[in-house]
Write a protein that binds this ligand. Structure first.
Ligand SMILES: [Zn+2]
Length: 199
């Protein structure tokens, strides 16, 4: 059996997604036997990140400043807002270089059975942000899974009085797919082929 301290380290490494007992044990012994400097760096990085990283006040992406790099970039298009499910979706859209506006990150999808309602996704903040700004277009780029569609529909209903356009990406994104796994070209088509829902 492992010593209690090593066992505890193994248990904590298993918090990571996709890491089971075997991988966690290998990681723990690697760090302790072969790379203690890396173990310390990892521990310090985790400490610092947990201490300093929080949600951007404007888009909810993770950042160490009050506004993230994207929200504090004045060269972006202030007239469009893109609503996505996760930070990974923002990175995927940024890589496609097709979009230059701002973002709002829901950090999930509506899922009432799991206790994820409008408040958990920051939807009141989203609607306030939309009414406080003079957007010409709100792009709903939530995933095309059932939950992503449900979330988009909820937002569409709430925005029925929005004076600009509300659009939904559609073309090119496979149904049931998460945006982060879609390649840049396909995502580019999805953006240029978006359809207007409210105008
Ligand atoms: Zn931001």
């Amino acid at each position: 059996m492992h010593s209690p301290i090593i066992q505890e380290l193994i248990n904590h490494l298993k918090y990571l997604p996709g890491v089971g007992n075997k991988s966690a044990t290998r990681m723990a012994y690697y760090l302790l036997e072969q790379n203690r400097p890396a173990a310390l760096k990892l521990a310090n990085s985790l400490n610092e990140a947990v201490d300093k990283i929080h949600h951007c006040e404007s888009c909810r992406i993770l950042t160490e400043n009050s506004l993230c790099q994207l929200c504090s970039d004045p060269s972006r298009d202030t007239k469009t807002l893109c609503v996505v499910g996760s930070p990974a979706d923002v990175f995927a859209i940024e890589q496609s270089r097709i979009y230059k506006g701002y973002y709002f990150v829901l950090m999930g999808s509506l899922s009432p059975l799991d206790g994820i309602g409008p408040n958990e996704l920051g939807l009141p903040e989203l609607f306030k942000k939309i009414s406080d700004n003079d957007y010409k277009e709100v792009i709903l780029a939530t995933s095309t899974t059932v939950e992503g569609e449900g979330t988009a529909n909820y937002i569409i209903n709430e925005l029925s009085d929005f004076p600009g356009d509300v659009t939904r990406i559609a073309f090119g994104v496979p149904l049931g797919g998460d945006l982060e796994y879609v390649d840049g070209t396909t995502l580019g088509h999805a953006f240029s082929g978006r359809k207007t829902i409210i105008s």
